[in-house]
Design a protein around this ligand. Structure first.
Ligand SMILES: Cc1cc2nc3c(=O)[nH]c(=O)nc-3n(C[C@H](O)[C@H](O)[C@H](O)COP(=O)(O)OP(=O)(O)OC[C@H]3O[C@@H](n4cnc5c(N)ncnc54)[C@H](O)[C@@H]3O)c2cc1C
Length: 496
């Protein structure tokens, strides 16, 4: 009876399958079990193992391409001390681990077959004056709930538009969103970070305190230097009370191409106050083009700005003025389910020539799975403007001359073979994405967004970090000299 209740207890916190309930077993197995038990005992939060009802939710990455890499357990940390305990434990026991916030990493960097150090339960956020203090488990959706009232509706932290993306991953890789062209990157608003180092010590980084680390954390991407547990931002004043959201659809290849060219013409007229994207997507009925965005102006002014697009006779038009926060909510993406996807990105410093847009649309039309999955190309104008007011080397986010990010987007259903290593992408999807990549490449500056990491990228270090790469390796050498925080596209030690 005593054993049954113990088994039940361990099952409830999910530790049964870590071997803690084994009656006998070999000495190494018992040692392994006892190390997990030791970690569980020392955490104020929970160690969640495969028997726990929460395991699947916490252990599965958003990108199911990498769902085969599942951890022995997830340390659901309650506070900075727990993070420190978990880091020290992983180091001492030699257990592989990864750090996870929102779990949206495109390339399995927050997955491990050992331990996941998870900050999800550390989700407090407070506003004081213009300062926003956020624990590492805060996600975009928490900010969306807090900001409209926190700063009395007058203050914004510019962020992304996916509700469940984590604040640390977003910030450390830069952080782009609909408001970036006037408000800058999320990383540009960062003033202080608290981080647990490879020794388990707690340090702060700011302009005055450990400025090299502070530089590295603003663009160097997550999982490279330590576990960030808290971030402090200076928010930016919202310049308008009202804004206009717009979405226009165009049917057919020709209309989709013309819309892409017209959007490029229309956008400069609005300057920083207009942001949005053009997408060409293959549907079962053929290619469709979509222009979607926001304009910090009245509906009438937005309609004038959109005149080159409206004159093309879109299949559908929605141009609606709302309060600033109403438009913010309208532009927020719905919470998406985990899925299989591959998102590749290239920065562009110039508008695309009309012929290039037509070429892109032609490749999109050849998406091999029109009835299942998504094949699309997006030209995303959430960069430029205020993002480029900061110099390329002032922070570790180097992409300060770009005007757009061109994304090669593919999503498919189900696990399947054969897939191409290391991308784990089905062959037909891979071939299509390669063709689209080759088509957009000549119009890019060769750089890629580190927050859309791509296992298929050859020279990822230069693509993500450009001229900042060598300095990032120096920061790595100082803060993680044993390379404890490592993943496939992690910042290496100097000279490696
Ligand atoms: C559907 C979707 C929509 C997106 N939309 C946007 C967008 O609008 N704008 C934008 O800029 N990006 C966007 N992204 C990209 C997103 O910003 C990055 O993938 C981001 O790194 C995800 O953070 P996360 O915490 O959700 O993911 P995780 O996978 O948990 O973490 C991402 C990386 O950061 C590391 N990390 C996590 N927590 C910590 C920590 N506490 N300390 C140190 N390292 C840590 C992880 O180990 C991993 O390497 C989107 C991604 C997806 C999948």
């Amino acid at each position: 009876m005593a054993d049954l209740s113990r088994r039940h207890l361990l099952g409830a916190v999910g530790l049964g399958s870590l071997g803690l309930v084994a009656g006998g077993g070999t000495a190494p197995a018992q040692a392994r079990a006892s190390k997990w038990k030791d970690l569980s005992r020392r955490l104020s939060g929970h160690l969640v193992g495969p028997d726990s009802p929460r395991y699947a939710e916490l252990a599965t990455p958003r990108n199911l391409r990498f769902a085969a890499l599942m951890p022995r357990a997830v340390a659901l940390c309650a506070d900075t001390r727990d993070v420190s305990v978990a880091v020290r434990w992983a180091r001492k026991t030699g257990t592989p681990f990864a750090i996870r916030g929102g779990g949206h990493n495109y390339a399995s960097a927050s997955s491990s077959d050992g331990l996941i150090i998870c900050t999800r339960a550390m989700a407090a956020a407070t506003v004081e004056g213009t300062r926003l203090r956020a624990q590492a488990g805060v996600r975009n959706m928490d900010l969306a709930a807090l900001l409209p009232r926190g700063g009395k509706g007058r203050l914004l932290l510019p962020g992304g538009n996916c509700p469940n993306v984590g604040i640390v991953g977003l910030t450390l890789g830069g952080g782009i969103g609909p408001n970036a062209p006037w408000a800058g990157l999320t990383a540009d608003r960062l003033r202080e970070a608290t981080m647990v180092t490879a020794d388990g010590d707690v340090v702060t980084a700011s302009v005055r305190s450990n400025p090299d680390l502070f530089w590295g954390l603003r663009g160097g991407a997550g999982g490279n230097f330590g576990v960030v547990t808290e971030l402090v931002y200076d928010m930016v004043e919202v310049p308008v009370a009202r804004a206009t959201g717009f979405v226009l659809w165009f049917d057919g290849e020709e209309a989709a191409s013309l819309a892409g060219a017209a959007w490029q013409q229309a956008r400069p007229a609005g300057g920083r106050s207009v942001s949005g994207s053009w997408v060409a997507v293959r549907t079962p009925d053929g290619v469709r083009g979509r222009v979607r965005g926001q304009a910090l102006m009245t509906e009438a002014d937005a309609r004038s700005m959109l005149a080159p697009l409206l004159s093309l006779g879109p299949a559908s038009v929605e141009v609606v003025e709302r309060t600033f926060w109403g438009t913010y909510e309208w532009y927020t993406a719905p919470i998406s389910d985990p899925g299989f996807f591959w998102d590749r990105s290239l920065y562009a410093e110039r508008d695309l020539p009309d012929e290039a847009i037509a070429d892109i649309v032609a490749v999109v039309s050849r998406w091999p799975r029109p009835d299942a999955g998504v094949g699309a190309c997006q030209v995303l104008g959430w960069v430029g403007g205020a993002v480029n007011d900061v110099g390329p080397t002032a922070t570790s986010y180097v992409h300060r001359r770009a005007r757009a990010i061109i994304e090669v987007l593919s999503g498919w259903e189900g696990r399947e073979n054969p897939t191409r290593w290391p991308t784990r992408v089905p062959r037909d999807v891979h071939d299509w994405a390669d063709e689209l990549w080759e088509t957009v490449w000549p119009h890019s500056n060769g750089q890629s967004y580190q927050n859309f990491p791509d296992p298929g990228l050859r020279d990822w270090a230069r693509a993500y970090y450009g001229e900042n790469f060598d300095r990032l390796t120096q920061v790595k050498g100082r803060w993680d000299p044993l390379n404890l925080f490592t993943h496939a596209q992690g910042v290496p030690l100097p000279g490696k």
